[in-house]
Ligand binder design. Structure first.
Ligand SMILES: Cc1ncc(COP(=O)(O)O)c(C=O)c1O
Length: 418
């Protein structure tokens, strides 16, 4: 399924609050915060040169978020950043003065954090990030997981000391329960999805994601012409599309949002012209994207900045994982989880359809930007689907020269990201 964005807001400027959330100044502040975190290094941008040649485009660059802060997904940037910001804001209220991130480890700020409980619902990766952030600042943490979240993913969150609360039903049910309990117990709900009256904290989560755009702009040799990006509630797609549009205006790339066909809440919202909840279908292998209702803030950004919406099937997602694990001639192997390679799955699907290629200008001059949003966040499932362990696939990359890691930059982004 493919749909061009025909919303009346398409290509209109961002709402002012979203423009602030995704501004250049905000993105700089996110990077400043990141520098205070142990283990922070930029993630790699990989050039898939042989694959680009094979499908007849000029270049494909893939930002590999599988190693972000040791948490295995880009989500490491959002939830934990929001937790840090919220603790600092609380300290600021209590102390009656500004409190900077450089004070995060002081006994006074840690005492404030110790009195806070942060909570959220999760499919896996967002909860891991919130739990990590809570441990970092010394706050209490409670994470709500629905019946479909695997034991491996639950253990990975519990590892950061979070109290795990199981909820019957699906992701939406866990969001409802987390919201109810947080209100009842005065916990701070750090959700990655937003709804009327609850926008600021999910906005901070999205703001955290801008760091990967800032890094990519320093790493890309040229500005991309096309971006294919996977969506659950739409937060990462909106952060990337929104921040790129703030930076590049009408010169921004053609932006395609990609849903699993079994949970296509963004595509169906685009079809309806307003955010809609889709019916629950069979589960999808793209577990992190199995969301049935878009985030309100994300929708507001994407109704303006997405150019197209498309869906991919489970087998497309699994094929993309395998393609990345067993790459074309000389390209680096990449470990991508079930939801990680979905942008590539959409590119491959679009590239194999001549009419669609023509419609979106996917020709020999196209420069594609993709994000591997997660590594093997469930290693045993990864092995079952790909037929090799994550370690085995990673070991292949060690044999490939560094030249495949895109580094040299020849174009200038409109703002100084150096
Ligand atoms: C690996 C991965 N990719 C993509 C997404 C989608 O992000 P969003 O829900 O912000 O659209 C998620 C969400 O959890 C994720 O974990």
């Amino acid at each position: 399924m493919f749909l061009l964005n025909q919303h009346t807001d398409h290509r209109r400027p961002l709402d002012t609050s979203d423009a602030d959330t995704l501004s250049v100044a905000a993105a700089r502040e996110v990077e400043r915060f990141l520098r205070y975190r142990d283990g922070h290094t930029e993630t790699t941008l990989i050039s898939l040169t042989a694959l680009a040649r094979e499908i007849g485009v000029s270049s494909i660059h893939l930002k590999d978020e599988g190693h972000r802060l040791g948490l295995g997904s880009f989500k490491a940037l959002g939830g934990s950043y929001a937790v840090i910001r919220l603790v600092l804001e609380e300290a600021c209220r209590r102390f009656g003065r500004d409190v900077d991130v450089s004070e995060l480890r002081t006994p006074e700020v840690r005492a404030v954090a110790a009195g806070m409980t942060v909570s959220c619902a999760t499919d896996g990766n967002h909860g891991r990030s919130v739990a990590y952030g809570a441990q970092l600042v010394g706050a209490q943490c409670a994470i709500f997981v629905h019946s479909g979240v695997s034991n491996g993913r639950i253990a990975a969150i519990a590892h950061f000391g979070a109290q795990m609360i199981r909820v019957k039903g699906n992701y939406d049910d866990s969001v409802a329960e987390a919201t109810r309990v947080a209100a009842e117990r005065s916990w701070t709900l750090v959700s990655d999805t937003s709804w009327p009256g609850y926008e600021r904290i999910p906005g901070l989560v999205m703001q955290g994601y801008t760091a990967l755009v800032s890094e990519a702009l320093r790493q890309l040799p040229e500005c991309p012409t096309h971006v294919f990006i996977q969506s659950g509630v739409g937060g990462i797609a909106a952060a990337v599309a929104g921040h790129l549009s703030v930076l590049l205006g009408h010169d921004r790339p053609f932006f395609t949002v990609v849903d699993p066909s079994r949970a296509a809440c963004l595509l169906e919202s685009a079809r309806a012209g307003r955010p809609v909840k889709v019916a629950h279908a069979q589960s999808t292998v793209m577990a992190m994207l199995e969301c049935y209702e878009p985030s309100l803030v994300a929708w507001r950004v994407l109704s303006r900045m997405a150019d197209a919406f498309m869906t991919v099937d489970d087998e497309d997602a699994i094929n993309a994982m395998k393609r990345l694990a067993n790459p074309a001639n000389g390209d680096l192997a990449v470990v991508a989880g079930e939801s990680g390679g979905v942008g590539l799955a959409a590119l491959l699907k679009a590239a194999s359809d001549p009419a669609l290629r023509a419609r979106i200008g996917l020709g020999p001059n196209a420069r594609i930007f993709l994000i591997n949003t997660e590594g093997a966040s469930d290693p045993s499932l990864y092995e079952k689907l790909v037929g090799a362990t994550p370690a085995h696939v990673s070991a292949k990359t060690l044999k490939i020269p560094n030249s495949h890691r895109a580094r040299s930059k020849t174009f200038s982004a409109p703002h100084d990201y150096s």
